[in-house]
Design a protein around this ligand. Structure first.
Ligand SMILES: Cc1cc2nc3c(=O)[nH]c(=O)nc-3n(C[C@H](O)[C@H](O)[C@H](O)COP(=O)(O)O)c2cc1C
Length: 301
């Protein structure tokens, strides 16, 4: 059975990864699951300087999901390289660094620094964070800016460049094509949707930042639909994200056109979900006599 997934000039061992920001820097989950079974760990966003993130509370539960407003809290690229990469480099799975910034130059400087480490598989360029004032949605909703940024990142690296898109646009295919034209090797689809929860008694939003990013099973049908549309608009692989809790959910994304998937806040409920999703996909392939996971993509009727 062939579970590998080709992204640019790299190969993931299997299609099931864990989504950025929901899995820390990997070591947090070491005692809970076998990290070697993952296809990839997508790191927490890495920025040029350390960021403390937004004020608490940063999370609030919603029907079938949650709203977060972390604000890209992270240790910054230098400490990522010295403190976090040694652990990640020892893992059998691919390490994809999620890169964020307040402007184009920030992204480029982070990638330049990460290029010095030999054990990074590739980059997931986060142009879709709903929880920051600069560099997030303002960048990711403008196809001209996305294409320019991706082209400049492309100029810095031969490693796979994956562009993570926001669903908070009128037509995601326009931005997806811009990422492909800029030289992106794959599209991650989707980041969280903008949402708000109001405390009626206090007459104010529960999150101090006002809005946050909605994730979890509530957004799965949106993620599947956008994966379907994006995979038909571009010829590079699409990595489906949003509300995956089971192998069946992941198979929806693969049938819709994804080459791989990421599991986000499901691991908050049960850290063993990525392993069970992978074995469920393998069971499905055995049952349906599919030798190669990439062949699932063409099977939607
Ligand atoms: C607490 C939290 C933090 C996140 N941080 C990041 C981040 O740093 N970079 C990023 O690209 N996406 C981030 N995301 C978005 C997830 O990677 C994912 O796209 C989203 O949660 C949808 O997947 P899910 O429904 O499986 O959680 C974060 C999500 C959550 C819940």
């Amino acid at each position: 059975m062939d579970l590998t997934v080709t992204i640019g000039n790299g190969k993931l061992p299997n299609p099931v990864g864990v989504a950025s920001g929901t899995f820390g820097y990997g070591s947090e989950y070491e005692s809970l699951i076998e990290l070697s079974k993952l296809g990839a760990i997508y790191s927490k966003a890495v920025t040029l300087e350390p960021r403390p993130g937004n004020d608490a509370p940063r999370l609030v539960e919603t029907p079938s999901g949650m709203l977060n407003s972390i604000g890209l809290a992270n240790v910054g690229v230098e400490r990522f390289l010295t403190d976090k990469m040694p652990f990640l480099a020892r893992q059998a799975c691919a390490v994809v660094c999620n890169v964020a910034g307040s402007g184009e130059d920030d992204y480029l400087r982070v990638v330049e620094r990460l290029e010095t480490h030999p054990d990074i598989f590739g980059y997931e360029i986060n142009v879709s964070c709903p929880n920051v004032k600069h560099g997030g949605l303002a960048l990711g909703t403008d196809p001209v800016l996305v294409e320019r940024l991706v082209r400049r990142v492309r100029g810095l690296t031969r490693r796979p460049v994956i562009v993570k898109l926001t669903p908070n646009v009128t037509d995601i295919t326009v931005v997806a094509r811009a990422a492909e034209n800029g030289g992106g090797d794959a599209i991650s689809c989707i980041n969280s949707l903008v949402g708000m929860v109001i405390d009626v008694g206090a007459r104010r939003p529960v999150l101090p930042a006002g809005c946050g990013g909605l994730s979890g099973p509530a957004i799965r049908p949106v993620g599947v639909a956008l994966t379907y549309r994006v995979s038909r608009a571009v010829s590079i692989p699409v990595i489906g994200i949003g509300g995956i809790m089971s192998a069946d959910d992941a198979l929806q994304y693969l049938l819709a056109g994804a080459s791989a998937v990421q599991i986000g806040c499901a691991t908050f409920v049960d850290p063993s979900i990525p392993g069970r999703v992978l074995s469920g996909i393998a069971d499905y392939m055995t049952r349906e006599q599919i030798a190669c996971v990439q062949d699932i993509r063409g099977l939607l009727q």
